[in-house]
Design a protein around this ligand. Structure first.
Ligand SMILES: [Zn+2]
Length: 83
């Protein structure tokens, strides 16, 4: 093994300025511009998963946090409301 630091192929957190490896996928959709079968995905580290989810929920976007190896094909309306 040579060198250190993030593997460039390693998924990274989507939060601006964060270089932590992502641990979860934050699946979301903007109902105003996306059809219901559209899924946008942000990757998040443990520290920012709640931040990113809250960011989207504050805009009333459907949000569903999943494991990165469990892709979501659909984000149901109100998915983020259950707490
Ligand atoms: Zn992060």
């Amino acid at each position: 093994m040579i060198g250190f630091g993030a593997d460039p192929d390693e998924p990274q957190c989507s939060r601006a300025g964060c270089e932590s490896p992502a641990t979860v996928a934050v699946n979301w959709r903007n109902p105003k511009i996306h059809t219901r079968d559209r899924v946008k995905v942000w990757l998040a580290c443990d520290e920012h998963r709640d931040y990113l989810r809250d960011f989207l929920e504050a805009r009333n976007f459907p949000v569903l946090v999943s494991a990165m190896d469990e892709p979501v094909s659909f984000v149901p309306d109100g998915a983020g409301e259950a707490r």
